[in-house]
Design a protein around this ligand. Structure first.
Ligand SMILES: [Zn+2]
Length: 465
């Protein structure tokens, strides 16, 4: 090699980290705005509709409420063994896994106080150490007005309370009996209540420094909501060149979380703690439901790989506008989809109406057409299917919604708070709106089918009727 080519080769090599960084910015699309941290807004309203049709739930007797501390204390040796098994599973099954440091292994200790035991449990799960695990339910809006006193938002959720919050939490007490549907539907939102915040070493706070997940996979480590994104998104079906240009794209952990909570659910059922069986089931469902949202299963829905790479290359040579525009547009479309869908489900619940999205959520006709539940199901069935919706949903959003929401990079919808998309859409052509409503109903149908299939998998593994 001549000196000249060595000199020429050096900048190319040194450009590679820059490509990663700029691609990281593209990934940040989906997590740099607070509103886009979630997939389907609050999971509880659609979960009520998807799960109320399951006999395994509607025919189950109410479950006796129990505190987390009581469950952990009663089953400590079994939990120690389970958490060791979870780690072995993750090392064998999660791509780009970050092994749990041995210092965080759960060790049974009858001398622990409740607080010490709970902290040891959080450390072994590697979740936020201020996670609430409050005894609560989020009542079904379709059931009418809530008469019980409400819990404060921060009694359940450690994140800052947004304006016009739709969540309504009520306290439940140890020893009382609650329906399985309200326990599991309420818990399906819980992972968005701060459990996966600041778990990376470059995030603010203390626990991420010890968890061994490394630096934040993508996004801005200073943004609270960005820090949960790698647990709630999974980019398993991108083109090879994307993984080559940005290995960080593989560093996502929804499969880890789904396995942790589903195996805890199976363990709780087997040891006679039905309340925790259903609550952990709801928490596990969350990660599967997140992946049914195409903006959580694809890095840049509707945008081709060459276009994404071109935007990054132009940014690298000092022309950042194409990349900046792409980031804003993708974030806006993500938020628009989530907010419009949330409004459709919420409005239907309030009106007690069986609208197309409600019928789609309840429709279990397609459930048996999917493969039986297995470790591979989330990646090979849920996320693969969701990834195929990416381009279609992006095109439909662009064709249907007013351009200011989805096709105007000067509008930053992500930071603009709640927008009445149902109101805006009511002014457009019904046939045009119908295309979007049909696509959303289909995706919520997938949300319902995969949620029910996961529950069937958990109950079968727990040998529950
Ligand atoms: Zn989520």
């Amino acid at each position: 090699m001549t000196i000249t080519t060595q000199i020429q080769a050096k900048p190319l090599r040194s450009m590679l980290p820059t490509v990663w960084i700029t691609l990281a910015s593209i990934a940040l699309i989906s997590c740099c705005f607070p509103q886009s941290a979630s997939a389907w807004g609050n999971h509880t309203p659609p979960a009520y509709r998807a799960l109320e049709v399951m006999k395994e739930i509607s025919h189950s007797p109410p479950v006796k409420v129990e505190t987390l501390d009581s469950f952990l204390k009663a089953e400590e040796p079994g939990i120690q063994a389970l958490m060791a098994a979870q780690e072995l599973w993750a090392r064998a099954n999660v791509d780009a896994y970050a092994p749990r440091p041995a210092s965080l292994d759960y060790k049974a200790n009858p001398a622990y106080t409740d607080a010490e035991r709970r902290l040891a449990f959080f450390k072994a799960l590697r979740i936020a150490q201020d996670s609430r695990f409050t005894l609560y339910v989020h009542p079904d809006a379709r059931a009418g007005e809530i008469r019980a006193p409400l819990l404060s938002y921060n009694a359940v959720n450690t994140l800052p309370e947004p304006a016009n919050v739709a969540e309504r939490f009520i306290a439940i007490s140890p020893g009382e009996y609650r329906s399985v549907l309200e326990v599991v539907a309420s818990a399906s939102s819980e992972p968005d209540y701060g459990l996966d915040i600041n778990c990376f070493e470059d995030n603010p706070g203390d626990w991420g420094k010890t968890y061994g997940f490394g630096t934040l996979s993508f996004g801005n480590p200073a943004y609270t909501y960005s820090s949960q994104a790698p647990f709630h998104m999974g980019f398993f079906h991108e083109s090879g060149i994307i993984y080559k240009a940005g290995p960080f794209v593989k560093r996502t952990f929804p499969l880890l979380r789904a396995h942790q909570y589903s195996s805890l659910a199976i363990f709780a059922f087997k040891t006679g703690h039905a309340y925790w069986g259903w609550r952990f089931t709801g928490m596990a469902l969350h990660y599967v439901q997140d992946l049914t949202q195409p903006y959580h299963a694809r890095l840049s829905p509707g945008e081709s790989t060459p276009r994404v790479i071109s935007a990054n290359v132009l940014a690298m040579i000092g022309l950042p506008s194409m990349k900046q525009n792409l980031i804003v547009l993708l974030a806006n479309r993500h938020v628009a989809l989530e907010q419009y869908q949330s409004q459709l489900v919420r409005n239907a619940a309030k009106a007690k109406a069986d609208t197309p999205v409600v019928l789609a959520l309840r429709n279990s006709g397609k459930d048996a057409g999917y493969p039986a539940w297995s470790d591979a199901y989330i990646k090979d069935v849920v996320s693969r299917q969701s990834a195929t919706y990416g381009d279609r949903i992006a095109a439909t959003l662009i064709a249907t919604l007013p351009a200011e929401f989805v096709n105007d990079p000067t509008q930053n919808f992500g930071s603009g708070g709640n927008v009445d998309l149902v109101g805006a859409l009511s002014k457009i052509d019904a046939a045009q709106r119908d295309e979007l409503d049909t696509a959303i109903a289909e995706m919520l149908g997938n949300f319902g089918s995969h949620s029910r299939n996961m529950i069937r998998g958990i109950l079968k593994a727990a040998a529950m009727p």
